[in-house]
Every structure is written in structure tokens, then in C-alpha cells.
Design a protein around this ligand. Structure first.
Ligand SMILES: CC(C)(COP(=O)(O)OP(=O)(O)OC[C@H]1O[C@@H](n2cnc3c(N)ncnc32)[C@H](O)[C@@H]1OP(=O)(O)O)[C@@H](O)C(=O)NCCC(=O)NCCS
Length: 219
């Protein structure tokens, strides 16, 4: 198996600009407004219980113009995927029959996908894990809208925490979102996450019956 990029010591004199630029890989999701150049997100078919990495690897191979087996993917100590590439970051999320993958050039990316279903314990979970302004916002929602509001917050938080790499263990209350003009915005973070303004969040419905959020900041 030929790694996409030689180990760092051998590669030292080689600038990454000698690599072919990553290209658009299918099937892309139609974002409106479009995602910034270099950031891509795709919906891939997935069977519950099946490993997601082979499908992600094939998608990345398509993007990088190489066979899937040449894509070098490892995990850090917290399980965050690490793509052996000087400029691309990758993250993915699976739920039900769906798999969402995102990759960004010069960016740190995190993505979360959740299947929509009734959350009887939404407020209880929010009381336990969310920040006070988020709980206030949820409690102010009409009961019929509360599940969706909870799911939106959950996806937003998880997307940022997956980009950061510590996952949920970081503490869901340590990043605070508010809704403005119909979209969630990160307004407060623990210093380990940098400034709230460093982050961009896009909420979306990738497929009927699912909610998702994609978060990114400069690498
Ligand atoms: C990472 C985490 C947020 C995933 O949540 P989830 O809703 O169950 O799963 P999702 O479908 O959204 O994401 C799963 C994918 O996230 C990625 N992932 C795993 N750990 C990650 C991390 N720490 N940061 C970012 N992404 C991670 C993997 O690609 C995984 O895909 P895989 O199942 O094919 O390996 C959650 O499991 C978590 O917080 N884990 C704690 C991480 C931690 O503290 N580990 C310490 C181990 S010593």
C-alpha cells in the first residue's frame, strides 16, 4: 500500500504545493449559500452498525485522486480521525441510515448528524448538560418545537466539540449558543476552544428525518 504522503522526514524538502489540489468529491450536499472554497460535505449511504470508515476512505480517495487504500487515516488518543495530509482535516458522523462526512482545507472541521425522534427527556438533559441561557431558550419554546430546538443545540455543540477533538467529555455547558435570525451562533466558549468568533456553524437538514450541524475554524 502506498501512503498518500511519505513520512515527514522523507518529505521534508517537499512543499505540499507539489501535491495535486483536493477536488470536489460526490455526492456533495447543495448548501445555500455555498460552503467556502475548500470545505466540502457529503451525505453517504450507511447501514446502522456498519463501520463508516471504508465509505469515508473511498470518498476521500475520490477527493484526493487516489485509491481508497492509499488514504492514510489514523486516530488521536481521543479517537478523533486524523488524515495524513498537510492541509486537509476530516470529520464524520453517522446516525440511522446516514453518514455525513466533511473535509476542509486549512480548516479544522467537526460535524454531527442526528436522527429526529421524540426526546422525552430533552429538558432534563438540557438542565443537566447545557448552559443556563440555552436552557432558558429551550424552556421558552412551545412544547411542539422543543425537540427540534434541543436537537439543533445538541448538533451545534457536538460539531464544535468534534472539531476541537475532546468530544462531549469537554463539557457541553462550556460553549454557549444563542439563536439569532433563525440560526444558532456561538457566543461564549471556554478558552481552550479559542474565541467564539473564530467559529462558523452551519445547521442543515441533510435528509428528511435528520438534523445536522457543521462547524469549522481556521486550522
Ligand atoms: C466523539 C463523540 C462526540 C461522537 O459522538 P456520537 O454522536 O456517538 O458519534 P458520531 O456519529 O457523531 O461520530 C462518530 C465519529 O466521530 C469521530 N470521532 C471519534 N472520537 C472523536 C473525537 N474525540 N473528536 C472528534 N471526532 C471523533 C469518529 O470518526 C467517529 O466515527 P467512527 O464511529 O467511524 O469511528 C463522542 O463519542 C465523544 O465525545 N467521545 C468522547 C471522546 C473521549 O473523550 N475519548 C476519550 C477516550 S480515552
Amino acid at each position: 500500500m502506498t501512503p498518500l504522503i511519505p513520512p515527514a522526514a522523507e518529505a521534508a524538502p517537499r512543499g505540499y504545493f507539489t501535491l495535486p489540489p483536493p477536488r470536489a468529491a460526490k455526492p456533495m450536499l447543495p448548501f445555500d449559500p455555498p460552503l467556502p472554497a475548500g470545505l466540502q460535505c457529503a451525505w453517504l449511504a450507511h447501514r446502522p452498525g456498519e463501520a463508516a470508515e471504508p465509505a469515508v476512505r473511498a470518498w476521500l480517495g475520490d477527493r484526493l485522486g487516489c485509491p481508497p487504500e492509499a488514504v492514510v487515516l489514523s486516530r488521536d488518543a481521543r479517537g478523533r480521525p486524523r488524515l495524513e495530509h498537510p492541509a486537509l482535516d476530516v470529520n464524520w458522523s453517522h446516525s440511522g441510515d446516514g453518514l455525513l462526512v466533511a473535509s476542509g482545507e486549512g480548516l479544522r472541521v467537526g460535524i454531527d448528524l442526528e436522527r429526529v425522534h421524540a426526546r422525552v427527556r430533552a429538558l432534563e438533559l438540557a438542565r443537566r448538560f447545557f448552559a443556563a441561557p440555552e436552557l432558558d431558550w429551550l424552556e421558552a419554546q412551545p412544547p411542539a418545537a422543543r425537540d427540534t430546538a434541543f436537537l439543533r443545540l445538541w448538533c451545534a455543540k457536538e460539531a464544535v466539540l468534534k472539531a476541537h477533538g475532546h468530544g462531549l467529555a469537554f463539557g457541553l455547558h462550556r460553549l454557549v449558543f444563542v439563536e439569532r435570525d433563525g440560526a444558532l451562533h456561538l457566543v461564549e466558549t471556554a478558552s481552550a476552544l479559542g474565541h467564539a468568533d473564530d467559529w462558523t456553524l452551519r445547521e442543515f437538514v441533510p435528509h428528511a428525518g435528520y438534523r445536522a450541524a457543521l462547524a469549522w475554524r481556521r486550522a
